[in-house]
Write a protein that binds this ligand. Structure first.
Ligand SMILES: Nc1nc2c(c(=O)[nH]1)N[C@@H](CN(C=O)c1ccc(C(=O)N[C@@H](CCC(=O)O)C(=O)O)cc1)CN2
Length: 284
């Protein structure tokens, strides 16, 4: 058996075509969704992701601007910048690219963003709404993963989903979204003992460990759906995931590749959230 590949780049393209229409309708009503992205420092990967966010916004007709702050920026200055954007009615979505320099406390920054402009879906108010199943901004990577599964009509209800990783931006929220879809969810992490005893039970395995190609066929149940959230750069400059794709694909039923898997969906779901922010959370 060789798994069907879920191509996030192709799905992103299709979703962006739909969003172009949504934005056009809003523009006809005199409303242009606007996203402001803040980057602190000059981490090359972050700069490239931010460029990707602006390019994708442009593709669907969302206007965007970028505030670039030096790595030495104080937390106070960053919070002040966010406060100004919170009070600017022309800004619908605010995104602070992560990670931030060590001297800035990420949790203080996230909580300072107006929840109605929090297009990353990281604010505790929006996380709470997600947990209670209310309509809100969903964190982009987990939202992208659920969208990929649904695009292939993959059954989630009643399935055993095993999440490897417990970060605030991927592991924890993707487990919650799978639970909201009625999966039975198990979280595994660096302190889990006998990892294989859990992964071998997974109908849906979400891998967000940050360990290059660690997951191969020996961790996977026949016919499982494998979602690889890892982004690891090899010495030759190429990218690979946390899953050994060539080995895993022989056992899995569906698998996401790296690159062109979950990564592009992260940016696409940001566009969805920005359109939602422009409409207002209740979706006018
Ligand atoms: N404020 C946020 N910061 C970060 C987030 C986030 O959702 N919000 N997620 C990640 C980085 N990220 C977006 O910001 C991101 C990562 C990867 C990709 C992507 O398209 N990857 C491509 C490969 C790109 C390459 O060649 O380097 C792929 O997988 O095909 C997009 C966005 C951390 N920070």
């Amino acid at each position: 058996m060789s798994a069907e590949v879920i191509n996030g780049k192709e799905l992103s393209y299709a979703l962006k075509q739909e969003m172009k229409e949504d934005v056009k309708l809003l523009k006809d009503k005199g409303l242009t969704p606007h996203l402001t992205v803040i980057i602190v420092g000059d981490n090359p990967a972050s700069k490239s992701y931010v460029r990707g966010k602006q390019k994708a916004s442009d593709e669907v007709g969302i206007s965007s601007d970028l505030i670039e702050l030096p790595a030495s920026t104080s937390e106070e200055k960053l919070l002040q910048t966010i406060e100004e954007l919170n009070n600017d009615p022309s800004v619908h979505g605010i995104l602070v690219q992560l990670p931030l320099p060590d001297h800035i406390r990420e949790e203080n920054v996230i909580v300072s963003i107006d929840p109605s402009k929090d297009v990353d879906g990281f604010h505790p108010v929006n996380i709470g709404r997600m947990m209670t199943g209310e309509d809100t901004f969903l964190p982009c990577t987990p939202y992208g993963i659920i969208t990929m599964l649904k695009s292939k009509n993959i059954e989630i209800a009643g399935k055993h989903a095993v999440v490897l990783g417990r970060s605030n931006i991927v592991g924890k929220p993707v487990g919650q979204l799978l639970l909201n879809e009625n999966a039975t969810v198990t979280y595994c992490h660096s302190r889990t003992t006998d990892l294989k005893s859990f992964t071998k039970q997974a109908d849906i395995l979400i891998v967000a460990l940050g360990r290059t190609e660690m997951i191969d066929e020996t961790y996977i149940k026949e016919g499982a759906v494998i979602v690889d959230v890892g982004i690891n750069r090899l010495d030759d400059g190429s990218l690979t995931g946390d899953v050994n794709f060539d080995r895993a694909k022989e056992t899995a039923s569906y698998i996401t590749p790296v690159p062109r898997g979950v990564g592009p969906m992260t940016i696409t779901m940001l566009l969805k959230n920005t359109i939602k922010a422009a409409r207002g959370l209740s979706g006018k």
